[in-house]
Design a protein. Sequence first.
Length: 67
Amino acid sequence: MTNDVPWYISLIVSWLPFIMFIAAILWSSRQIRKSLTAGDGRSLAQVVDDLAREMKRANDIRHDQAP
């Protein structure tokens, strides 16, 4: 029994799972990166930093107004 499959078909079939795996990793990493950004393009860390800065400012104003 001889191998009648052309070499390029054999190459595609053998490398296809690996290529699909790499494509899935790249796609999922892009989706994760998109989900970690706010609607205006800022990262989640920048949003949390802005929130902490605003909370500190509000806390300072409240303490300044206390008798």
